[in-house]
Design a protein around this ligand. Structure first.
Ligand SMILES: Cc1ncc(COP(=O)(O)O)c(C=O)c1O
Length: 427
């Protein structure tokens, strides 16, 4: 049933929304007229929490005040800065605190984790990803294969949707993993696909990969802070994410990684070690031998970038305050509202790519302009002129994300009307 294309209805939903006040905790970007822009782009860069500035300022003040002594004496001692983020990252990823670590950025973390988990043998050497994976993920796996002296053309399996379809079906993923069988070393899969917004059935993919004898790693760039995750119970071997999208950590914010508990004590896993992965108690003895820290922290290499971690101190507590179940509930409601309006207002012009089943999507809807990519670019350019911030992904996708922390039903209504109006503009 279509939801009302009515500002009164949308306003009433916002008034009844128990999470509505969280919006005030974020800075909305403004247009040249000084008015707040309509921002549906948290799948690319999350908004700045108002408290982020104070969090960064506190570290700069402590640097000015304490210099090197800040490692121990800062209000949030820098020496253990990454560890202070562990409980909240564990909560968001459904992991034990010991299984997560804040470090580096996403592609770097994928490399570090693949250095441990991609150990090709003559019998088992292939990596499976989705066709159309985010470019960096493909570069990472192809480079890893080549790093081992193997040929990415032979060893990289890229799973495409059925002809004429743009989403991957769970049963096809499962079947292809099983069919790859003994040659498959590793599956690298996204939690939520960056372009289509498809939220995959992760437990099913993980089970299939393990049944085939392969390791499974997850790219959670578009999943963490967006959809509920239970990495520990689902049993993925490892995962990595960035923090600048739904986690609102700011541009280039420190990324994160998960390594399942069952791997944490293994001594047979090689790792690209550095001093920050050494156990904290003896790290500064500067001894030549490497004793890994217990837990995922043992995969850290360098000391953490404090200024690109500090905004997370402002943003992660907001997730705890709201609660992931409530955020998911609102996310589903906002996304369904956007879908309903687009179907009502512009279904002749626009096709929604993202799955219609709420269980298979997060906050994002990806839209194609039926008349083709050239017309799609025009529509997208018009959205920019209209003050709607969303984004374009080649070859022909407009992505919009109503983010439950700071978007409301009125935003969704205004965005849908703008998109419909742009799609109806004369060519
Ligand atoms: C799915 C996915 N993988 C990898 C990356 C690359 O991230 P980074 O530049 O932090 O390595 C991104 C960035 O947006 C992404 O969305």
């Amino acid at each position: 049933m279509a939801l009302p294309d009515s500002i009164e209805w949308a306003r009433a939903q916002d008034q009844a929304d128990p999470l509505a006040s969280l919006r005030r905790q974020f800075a909305l970007p403004r247009g040249s007229d000084g008015q707040p822009l309509l921002y549906l782009c948290g799948h690319s860069l999350g908004l700045a929490p108002i408290a982020a500035r104070a969090a960064v300022d506190a570290e700069i003040e402590d640097w000015e005040r304490l210099a090197v002594l800040g490692h121990e004496q800062a209000r949030h001692p820098w020496i253990g800065y990454a560890e202070q983020l562990q409980p909240q990252l564990a909560q968001l990823s459904g992991a034990l605190p010991v299984e997560v670590v804040a470090m580096n950025s996403l592609s770097v973390n994928l490399h570090l984790l693949l250095a441990s988990f991609y150990r090709p043998t003559p019998a088992r050497s292939a990596i499976m990803i989705e066709a159309g994976a985010f470019s960096s993920d493909r570069h990472v796996v192809a480079a890893q294969i080549a790093w081992h002296g193997l040929d990415p053309e032979r060893e990289l399996i890229e799973l495409a949707p059925r002809p004429g379809e743009w989403l991957l079906r769970s049963e096809d993923i499962e079947q292809r993993i099983m069919a790859s069988g003994r040659g498959l070393a590793l599956v690298l899969w996204p939690g939520v696909q960056y372009s289509t917004g498809q939220y995959f059935d992760l437990p099913r993919i993980i089970r299939a990969a393990h049944a085939a004898g392969a390791c499974v790693g997850l790219d959670l760039a578009h999943a963490i802070g967006n959809v509920p995750l239970s990495l520990h119970d689902d049993g993925a071997d490892f995962a990595a994410w960035c923090s600048y999208k739904y986690l609102n950590g700011g541009p280039g914010a420190i990324g994160g990684a998960f390594i399942h508990q069952r791997h944490l004590q293994r001594t047979d896993l090689p790792r690209l070690a550095g001093w920050w992965g050494h156990e904290a108690a003896t790290r500064l003895q500067m001894r030549p031998e490497f004793n890994a820290a217990a837990g995922a922290s043992g995969w850290a290499v360098s000391n953490p970038p404090v200024f690109s971690s500090a905004p997370l101190r402002a943003s992660l507590p907001l997730f705890a305050q709201a609660g992931m179940p409530a955020l998911r509930h609102k996310s589903l409601a906002l996304t369904s509202y956007l879908e309903s309006l687009l179907l009502e207002l512009a279904s002749a012009e626009l096709a929604i790519v993202t799955p219609p089943e709420p269980a298979y999507r997060g906050s994002q809807l990806s839209v194609r302009v039926r008349a083709g990519a050239q017309r799609g670019r025009q529509v997208f350019a018009s959205l920019g002129r209209r003050g709607l911030v969303c984004d374009w992904r080649e070859p022909d996708i407009i992505r919009l994300a109503p983010v439950p922390l700071y978007n409301g039903f009125q935003d969704v209504l205004r965005a849908a009307r703008q998109l419909a109006a742009a799609a109806h503009e004369p060519r």
